[in-house]
Ligand binder design. Structure first.
Ligand code: ATP
Length: 338
């Protein structure tokens, strides 16, 4: 997480994520699904500006970044492409900060400005990342001194993906997604990402998914990621939610077919969709793929790379909570040059 200090406020960058691997292991008695997933943070960011105030209220304003609006307008599908970002108390940023304020017994309030760039209902974790980032900004600006372990417990109450974004190092996540085991690797993957003009609610996709009947493990992908082997990473992309999302939105098979025609090393849907990404050979390649996808008018298109930011907290027992413990194989192309 990247936090900068300015007189009177802190500014934090909340990155999007992609799932390089996601398998639905089983449906649990509590209604949630047990998953195994490899998540990477990527270089598409929302911005959160957090200014502490003496008054006890939390005030949140949310705006879309100019570049995003321009791209959406150019495609003529502004509403569909920007997605719904609730204002005020419905926004996860508000809920995260208010919850932290109450638990910490903090008397001060804050004005928060959220600038959205991450497409919503896209499987890119925008709301979760904003929530984690807002908690970090509040912890910092109010001088609460909470450890990552303490924040992580609170974060898990807000959503399964929220604890991941307290770190943003690539990680293998289990349980509902809240048991995090960081993965180190030299990899900065060059990527192209598309969010079509239709999103999918995460809960709906999980409702329609089937746990894997033949279990695939994340190990080959993790080992390729550690080595920075782009070909092997591409060949081991997996998303167990893609078949369900394909039945719910025509965009998933359309994007699959479009990416098949491109020369990406591998491609698949991220999380519960509808965003879809391809792994490219290098950034020039990614920019070329993005230009082709833009001319096909498939929605919001961005070039990005995986990122890894330093830890903000000392290691605590809760950092070590990840324990060793079903699918669509992401599409890949074997070889070829531009
Ligand atoms: P995930 O990958 O975690 O499933 P997602 O990308 O599919 O997430 P998000 O866009 O992160 O979905 O959020 C889902 C919904 O949460 C949105 O459609 C919106 O109604 C609501 N929401 C609440 N707070 C926010 C926020 N800060 N930014 C975007 N959406 C938010």
């Amino acid at each position: 997480m990247l936090i900068s200090h300015f007189p009177g406020y802190v500014e934090a960058l909340a990155p999007a994520k992609l799932n390089l691997f996601l398998e639905v292991v089983c449906r649990r008695d509590d209604g949630f699904h047990e998953i195994e997933t490899v998540i990477v943070a990527i270089s598409i960011f929302d911005t959160i500006r957090f200014s502490p105030t003496e008054e006890p209220e939390i005030e949140l304003t949310s705006v879309s970044a100019m570049g995003r609006v321009a791209q959406a307008r150019a495609s003529g599908k502004t509403e569909a492409l920007m997605g719904d970002v609730p204002s005020g108390t419905q926004n996860l940023v508000y809920q995260a900060v208010e919850r932290l304020r109450r638990r910490a017994g903090e008397r001060r309030g804050a004005t928060i400005q959220l600038v959205k760039r991450i497409p919503s209902a896209a499987g890119m974790g925008g709301a979760s990342s904003d929530a984690a980032c807002a908690m970090l900004a509040a912890n910092d600006a109010w001088g609460l001194g909470w450890t990552r372990g303490e924040l992580s417990e609170l974060a898990a109450e807000l959503g399964s993906d929220v604890p991941f974004f307290l770190g943003t190092q690539a990680a293998i996540c289990r349980g509902r997604g809240e048991k995090i085991e960081p993965i180190s690797g030299p990899t900065s993957l060059p990527l192209v990402v598309v969010r079509p003009p239709e999103g999918l609610p995460t809960a709906l996709v999980y409702k329609h998914c089937s746990p894997a009947t033949r279990r695939v493990t994340a190990e080959p992908l993790v080992s390729a990621f550690r080595k920075g082997d782009l070909q092997q990473i591409s060949q081991n992309l997996t998303n167990g939610l893609q078949p369900a999302a394909t039945t719910l939105s025509p965009w998933i098979s359309r994007l699959h077919d479009e990416f098949n025609r491109l020369d990406c090393l591998g491609h698949q849907m991220s999380g519960s969709g509808t965003s879809y990404f391809g792994i490219c050979r290098h950034f020039r390649h990614a920019r070329r793929m993005a230009a082709r996808l833009r001319s096909a008018k498939l929605g919001y298109v961005a070039v990005a790379n995986t990122i890894s930011t330093p830890r903000l907290f000392p290691k605590t027992a809760s950092d070590l909570q990840g324990e060793p413990h079903g699918y669509h194989r992401g599409s890949h192309q074997a070889h070829g040059r531009l």
